[in-house]
Design a protein around this ligand. Structure first.
Ligand SMILES: [Zn+2]
Length: 309
């Protein structure tokens, strides 16, 4: 007769006999500060890591408030991976408070940065940290070539601390890097037929400067419009003026602004209204950007479509 106990006895015996198998069954916990880094970790660490994220898909890492369960997650982790550059300003304190004793990996190490343009956050996007003049723009992952450096940093950090699985991390990073190089070439091709002078768009979140620098696109912030509430007639007039004056071909405004307002802006300015761009978080699994590669592809399609006029 098969008892409940005997069902479990066999796999446990097998684990004790073969340490490698035991490791495969019990992956090490790696916690990323936000969903995009979690995706990098999954690509690099494949079967030897259990990956979790403090800030999940569709969530804002800038304004995040850690809870006791986040500290408990970190306390159990072997690795923690963060972007740095002040992006997740709450993270160093959370790491200290959690009693985390594993390896901390900063993905932005050695990545060339650009300064925040600091158009002012009059559009109402609430960043958890202040963006003063001359501060570094933390959104480095928006450039796939910088993402490749981030992946290398993460893989190096994992391999140095976990020599047993170093080869897995090295091969994962190598395979994923090739994928990111192909992604970068694909994006370049998408913009090839769009004249440089036409590559001007307005976005409501200053998150795309690295993408813009890589592919020659000017991202401007909307003037006189808030994403928090419906704009007044005067605010709409100011935005329409800006679009005409700066010859902006397309406008992407996230959350808050009503379709009716956007339709009015489009009709009066001649700019196209684009779909939703993903900046600081992946989408849910059934959304258009469940992975980093899907995110860059989605944003690129949206921008190209809006500029192709
Ligand atoms: Zn941001």
């Amino acid at each position: 007769m098969i008892t409940r106990r005997s069902l479990f006895a066999a796999p446990i015996a097998a684990m004790a006999a073969t340490p490698r198998l035991a490791r495969a069954l019990e992956p090490r916990l790696a916690v990323a500060s936000f969903s995009i880094l979690a995706d990098f970790l999954r690509e690099i660490g494949g079967p030897v890591l259990a990956v979790e994220s403090v800030v999940g898909p569709e969530a804002d890492a800038h304004a995040f408030q850690p809870s006791p369960s986040d500290a408990q997650k970190l306390a159990r982790a072997h690795f923690v991976v963060l972007n740095g550059l002040g992006f997740e300003g709450w993270m160093p304190r959370l790491i200290r408070a959690s009693g985390f004793r594993g390896t901390e990996i900063v993905a932005s190490r050695g990545v060339a940065t650009i300064k925040s343009k600091h158009h002012g956050h009059s559009h109402g996007h609430s960043h958890g940290h202040s963006h003063g003049h001359g501060e570094v723009d933390p959104h480095i992952w928006q450039d796939p070539r910088r993402a490749i450096t981030m992946v290398r940093n993460i893989a190096d950090g994992l391999a140095a601390a976990d020599r047993e699985a170093a080869e897995t991390y090295r091969m994962g990073a190598q395979r994923y890097t090739a994928e990111l190089q192909a992604l970068d070439s694909w994006v370049e091709q998408q913009f090839a037929s769009i004249p440089r002078a036409r590559r001007r768009v307005v976005t409501s979140h200053d998150a795309f400067a690295y993408y813009g620098a890589r592919y020659g696109i000017d991202f401007l912030s909307p003037q006189g419009i808030s994403t928090r509430s419906d704009p007044s007639a005067q605010q709409i007039a100011r935005l329409v003026q800006q679009i005409r004056r700066e010859r902006i071909a397309a406008i992407f405004i996230e959350a808050g602004a009503s379709p009716r307002v956007l339709e009015q802006v489009a009709a009066e300015s001649g700019a196209r209204i684009g779909g939703k761009l993903f900046s600081d978080a992946l989408s849910a699994a059934d959304g258009p950007a469940p992975t980093y590669v899907a995110l860059i592809r989605h944003n690129t399609r949206m921008i190209v479509e809006a500029l192709a006029g």
